[in-house]
Design a protein around this ligand. Structure first.
Ligand SMILES: [Zn+2]
Length: 280
């Protein structure tokens, strides 16, 4: 059965993310290891790292992921921005290893006014560089496709993965982002078609996590706007199909929703996803 979890706060001390996960019934987590709007590389002490590992073991919550800061852009035309992104991701990958986390999930970034092919070549080079300096999985997130974003089509992600040619490059599928990119997952037939296309262009063996988010904006809107499960345009029934589809049966589902009281991913959203799981 899929594990149902959420993005949880790791503020003050990383290990507190497990306490917060337990409070809402999350079975797996995603955290920030530094403020997401900054380039800071927060230093976490050996004691903090040790406590995190102990809590992961004790609570049996996992798999656990790190989410990259929002400033990352491996496709940018500005070399210093690309270098900062590479450096931060190397830091994050080192932390993932120390924490025993699965790896870093991040948005590749936007090519701006540059040509797609040129940007993709640069992304491949940057990812190879990051992998040279780390051991864990590097996880590319499907993007909503605003502006000239890289990673909004399975074809593009497949091209990058093939270009890097390293088994540690994985994919996190965000239901809201792919919906905004035009992948219609609202019906069973639609879902089968999307899964088939993912397999053809990327390979289902690359899929390691799902960001489970409903959508505030319509199919093909190219807008990154998450909604609580059942309150958006994807809808509860579609999530029932996704959760019970054989493709997703062993995957962690991570909520990144506003929450019913606007306090972030909450117990109610987790309960909804769990209730949709078929127990037969
Ligand atoms: Zn996401």
């Amino acid at each position: 059965m899929p594990k149902i979890g959420a993005h949880v706060s790791a503020a003050v001390s990383l290990d507190l993310s497990f306490k917060r996960a337990e409070e809402i019934g999350a079975e797996c987590t995603q955290i920030f290891i530094s403020p997401p709007q900054q380039w800071a590389k927060t230093l976490h002490s050996e004691t903090e790292i040790q406590t995190y590992r102990e809590q992961a073991k004790k609570t049996r919550i996992g798999p656990n992921f790190i989410h990259g800061v929002y400033l990352i852009n491996l496709a940018s035309g500005k070399p210093e921005l690309v270098q900062k992104s590479i450096d931060w991701l190397i830091y994050s990958q080192e932390m993932a290893e120390k924490l025993g986390a699965e790896g870093t999930i991040f948005h590749i970034g936007s090519a701006g006014s540059r040509g797609q092919e040129e940007a993709i070549k640069q992304v491949i080079k940057a990812i190879s560089q990051i992998l040279e300096h780390s051991q864990t999985n590097l996880i590319l997130e499907t993007s909503a496709g605003a502006g000239n974003t890289i990673g909004d089509t399975f074809q593009e992600l497949g091209q990058i993965i093939k270009g890097v040619g390293e088994s540690r490059v994985k994919i996190c599928l965000d239901t809201q982002h792919i919906f905004a990119s035009g992948y219609d997952i609202r019906t069973k037939e639609g879902l089968d078609k999307v899964v088939g296309e993912f397999d053809k262009e990327i390979g289902l063996d690359k899929l390691v996590a799902v960001h489970a988010n409903d959508s505030k904006t319509e199919l093909g809107s190219h807008k990154d706007r998450h909604e609580n499960i059942g309150e958006g345009l994807i809808g509860k029934e579609a999530f029932r199909d996704i959760l019970n589809h054989p493709t997703f049966k062993d995957l962690p589902f991570i909520l990144e929703v506003p929450g019913f009281t606007n306090s972030g991913s909450d117990q109610d959203n987790i309960k909804i996803l769990k209730s949709l799981l078929s127990t037969s």
